[in-house]
Design a protein. Structure first.
Length: 153
């Protein structure tokens, strides 16, 4: 990995960017998970058990933040390194919401399937955003990890 052989200033920048991505992922996850629970819960209110209590929303926020703090930095560095940050965030937010919503509807709010749907939507959208970025660049292969591009050497 490039961070091992990087200069101190470069290492500091990499760690600062990673920390910023982790915080951003945690905040976005903590906001989107309860929002998705509320929207889908409102649509399914007719007979499904919807955990729309403060504890249910708090748990959704905690799970969303925990996943976001890990997933955003990981996918930003390894899958979407050459994708503009706004496009990467928007694409993965939409993918997460769609996947989580489908998982919630399909499972009548079963948490494991709902989280699995959100994860599948997130990762699927990250791959799609990366693929589109590669097509825009016209490259045969976009670098996928730290250390793959010449400027990292």
């Amino acid at each position: 990995m490039a961070i091992m052989g990087a200069s101190t200033a470069r290492r500091s920048r990499i760690l600062a960017v990673t920390g910023g991505l982790a915080i951003t992922g945690a905040v976005i996850g903590a906001v989107l998970a309860p929002l998705l629970l509320w929207v889908v819960g409102s649509l399914l209110r007719s007979g499904a058990r919807v955990p729309t209590t403060p504890a249910g929303f708090g748990l959704a926020a905690l799970v969303g933040a925990a996943l976001g703090v890990v997933l955003l930095p990981a996918t930003a560095w390894w899958l979407m390194r050459h994708v503009p940050l706004g496009r990467a965030l928007l694409g993965t937010v939409v993918g997460t919401l769609v996947g989580g919503g489908i998982g919630m509807f399909a499972s009548a709010l079963h948490p494991t399937i709902s989280i699995g749907g959100a994860l599948a939507g997130y990762l699927g959208s990250a791959l799609l955003v990366r693929r589109r970025a590669r097509a825009r660049l016209g490259a045969d292969r976009a670098p996928s990890a730290i250390g793959d591009s010449p400027e990292d050497e």
